[in-house]
Write a protein that binds this ligand. Structure first.
Ligand code: GLA
Length: 747
């Protein structure tokens, strides 16, 4: 038995030596310095909790040698071998985890980059050239330059680490100096490798009004892909984030978990591939579907950012994301948020100036900060009285609003609230003046019947002229009405009839350049209106990514505002987003649920209302007013605090979550009974994140007027230790009941 192994070993050594000789020869010819480096060249990319370690192998290429919990001893990095994780054909030759695996290399599994050179050669081998680091806001950036030895193609890998938040953000860039364009058929943001006994994926899928439904599965050999090819309302069926249990299914408080999300508002694709020896590679990317990208000489292709955290349990991972997003990513992440009254569920398209003036008074009466006018306010030749006409014609409808937007702002001022407005600027209805003027602006086939989604088409945002037009929709409204306080920017259609009259024979760029065009506009709005809050919306929550959120203060989670469904939807989104970015409105969906239950559910997020006050009894109105004032008083804790998910609606008939402010002096506990079973055994809810030695007074708030708390703990004082180890009896048997508990440190 020893003999063949011995032969095998000799073969490997021989091949290795031959390869090294070849490599040194290539190095001498190309002048790439790192080939000659005899000692290990190690690149360490770390947060306070995580290490990603890369190594330049003797062949001059870059390999991942470690990704996991932070290593305590720098010297241990030297022990890591580039070829310690045999995969592919490692039984016959040395292999490692190439950081930027490319088409045409020796690896037999999915590459990060697929490139066809201008001479038709589909192979790229990337060699390490140099790396550098620099400080950036909140962290450290590492840039690594790789270069092909046969073609003038450079790939740069970027990593930004946020040590405190334990977040790593990574993306890549490619450019070339070949005479003719090269075509890109794969362009991953990054590629991460894992070696664990098992892998369990949690994905967030859904549909309109069913966002972020969480499901779990164990990954097996081969590929699991989560992707979308909807183009603009891209995340309608799959949200751009996932969680991966490394060695066990994901759990709230234990076990190693990777949580990742891609900042891309268009077609994305996550590939999870388990290879022949049980290693997993994770490849976040723009979806290359119908998108072979012709890249011209000197042009740079930048991938979206992939943002990830490795944590113990998903709770910690969520808090990492939430903190990081508030500190560095979302627009005005550290700022406050406005409560609002929206009119979509209340009036739909059916309103006029005097009705809106009344609603603004209602907003004031309710105690919110702003009135938000939804769809239906524009279009004249083709009035926006339903969803069949008007998109593209952004002038106020003279019949409904004879005095235009300025009058509405005046009414809002008189009422004492701010005024915000809905737009859907990337879209066009065939029945619109814009279509009459610019039929060539819509994305659609020149030679086939046009098919529609919600009676509309998508404007061709790859065309800079159309980007200007879309920017001007907002700029004109702002210039004419500088007091406009807020925009809800919607996007209700996927891209249909995928053909750009502008791109002509470069259609492979459309899905990508369209989204880049959308970003150009969003960026201009951010730059010119840095303080303007905006809601990102896409027929509910089909836009919920961290690239768009650089330009938006918040996003609309779902058109489904049934509080029972919202418990699940907000639970799902909270895995990646802070409460202040998640718009949650109280509406009339599910009237079986009391106004208290509906409001208590919305109070977990960025609180708003979308109903007519006439639907409420005097008592209910009083309740809402008090709940809004409670929410405002506690908004620093809810919006800026640490969030702990305590009881999952996926595994129980209840849900509970608590928020703790930064100095642990204040906490809020939300507890909901959904549809409890008859006489089921109830357990106290154990809080998290409190200071064990601080004493907290427990007070139930958001009670209906005249009602007393029935909780035994109400009014009592407990130590944080007690509250976290023994907990509070806040769950009950009755369906659709809720409790909101304020905990305040007692000196
Ligand atoms: C989308 C949004 C809704 C509403 C309508 C208006 O569906 O998600 O909130 O604004 O459009 O048409």
């Amino acid at each position: 038995m020893l003999f063949p192994e011995f032969i095998h070993h000799i073969i490997i050594m021989y091949l290795q030596t031959m390869k090294n000789i070849c490599m040194l020869a290539i190095a001498a010819m190309t002048g790439i310095q790192s080939y000659a480096v005899a000692e290990k060249q190690i690149i360490r990319i770390s947060t306070n909790q995580t290490d990603l370690v890369l190594q330049v192998a003797p062949n001059g290429r870059l390999y991942q040698t470690y990704l996991g919990e932070k290593l305590l001893h720098e010297t241990d990095l030297e022990q890591l071998e580039w070829n310690i994780h045999p995969a592919s054909d490692a039984s016959v030759i040395e292999r490692g985890w190439e950081v930027c695996s490319t088409s045409g290399n020796e690896d037999f599994f999915e590459p990060a980059w697929g490139i066809t050179h201008s001479d038709g050669n589909p192979s790229t081998w990337l060699y390490y050239v140099s790396s550098s680091t620099k400080s950036v806001e909140g962290g450290m950036q590492t840039d690594i330059l790789l270069r092909d030895d046969k073609y003038p193609v450079d790939v740069t890998l970027h990593y930004v680490t946020y040590p405190e938040e334990n977040i790593i953000k990574t993306w890549s860039e490619i450019k070339h100096e070949e005479k003719k364009p090269i075509s890109l058929f794969r362009y991953a943001s990054t590629m991460l490798y894992f070696s664990n006994p098992s892998y369990y994926l949690t994905e967030f899928s859904g549909d309109w009004a069913k966002e972020v439904q969480m499901s779990n599965q164990q990954l097996q050999f081969g590929k699991k892909i989560i992707d979308t090819k909807l183009g603009s309302r891209a995340a309608m069926h799959a949200q751009p984030f996932f969680m991966l249990g490394l060695g066990q299914p994901v759990n709230e408080n234990t076990g190693n978990v990777l949580m990742g999300t891609i900042g891309w508002t268009g077609n994305f694709r996550f590939t999870f591939e388990i290879d022949n020896v049980g290693n997993l590679r994770v490849i976040p990317s723009i979806n290359p579907y119908a998108s072979t990208y012709e890249l011209a000489k000197g042009e740079t292709f930048t991938t979206p950012e992939f943002i990830f955290t490795l944590s113990k349990g998903t709770g910690e991972g969520s808090r990492n994301f939430q903190r990081w997003a508030r500190n560095y990513q979302i627009k005005d992440g550290k700022g406050s948020r406005m409560t609002l009254l929206n009119n979509w569920e209340n009036t739909a398209f059916d309103f006029d100036e005097s009705m809106l003036a009344e609603l603004m008074k209602e907003a004031k009466d309710l105690g919110v900060d702003m009135f938000l006018l939804d769809d239906g306010w524009f279009g004249n030749k083709y009035s926006r009285n339903n969803d069949k006409a008007g998109l593209g014609d952004w002038d106020a409808n003279k019949q409904k609003l004879p005095n235009g937007v300025p009058a509405l702002i005046r009414y809002a001022k008189e009422a004492g609230v701010q005024f915000g407005i809905w737009i859907e600027p990337e879209m066009i209805n065939p029945q619109s003046e814009l279509m009459e003027k610019h039929p060539e602006w819509a994305i659609r086939y020149p030679n086939r019947d046009t098919y529609y989604y919600r009676n509309q088409l998508v404007l061709d945002m790859s065309n800079p002229e159309i980007q200007d037009y879309v920017y001007n929709v907002i700029d004109k409204l702002m210039t004419e009405n500088p007091e406009l306080a807020y925009f809800k920017w919607d996007c209700n259609s996927p891209i249909t009839n995928i053909y750009s009259p502008y791109l002509k024979n470069r259609q492979g760029r459309l899905y990508i350049d369209h989204i880049r065009g959308v970003y150009n506009v969003m960026k201009r709005v951010s730059e010119n209106y840095p303080k303007l809050p905006l809601m990102l919306c896409s027929g509910g929550g089909a836009r919920c990514d961290y690239e768009a959120l650089k330009h938006f203060t918040e996003f609309w989670c779902s058109d489904n505002t049934d509080p029972v469904e919202r418990v699940y939807i907000q639970w799902g989104f909270s895995h990646f987003f802070p409460a202040k970015s998640m718009c949650a409105h109280v509406t009339s969906w599910n009237k079986n649920a009391s106004i208290k239950f509906r409001t208590d559910v919305a109070s977990m997020g960025k609180l708003g209302f979308d109903l007519g006050l006439k639907e409420l009894t005097a008592n209910e109105l009083l309740y809402c007013q008090q709940a809004i004032s409670n929410w405002k008083r506690l908004s620093t804790t809810i919006l800026e605090g640490e969030q702990y998910r305590l009881v999952s609606p996926y595994t129980t008939q209840h849900m509970a979550v608590n928020y703790v402010n930064t100095d642990q002096t204040k906490a809020v506990l939300f507890a909901y009974d959904i549809y409890p079973r008859f006489e089921e055994k109830l357990f106290p809810v154990k809080l998290h994140g409190l200071h064990p030695n601080k004493m907290y007074q427990v007070k139930e708030i958001n009670l209906m007027p005249g009602e007393e708390s029935t909780l035994r703990a109400n009014g009592k004082v407990f130590s944080g230790d007690y509250l976290m180890k023994i907990g509070l009896d806040v769950l009950g048997f009755k369906p659709l009941e809720s409790h909101v508990i304020e905990l305040t440190e007692q000196q």
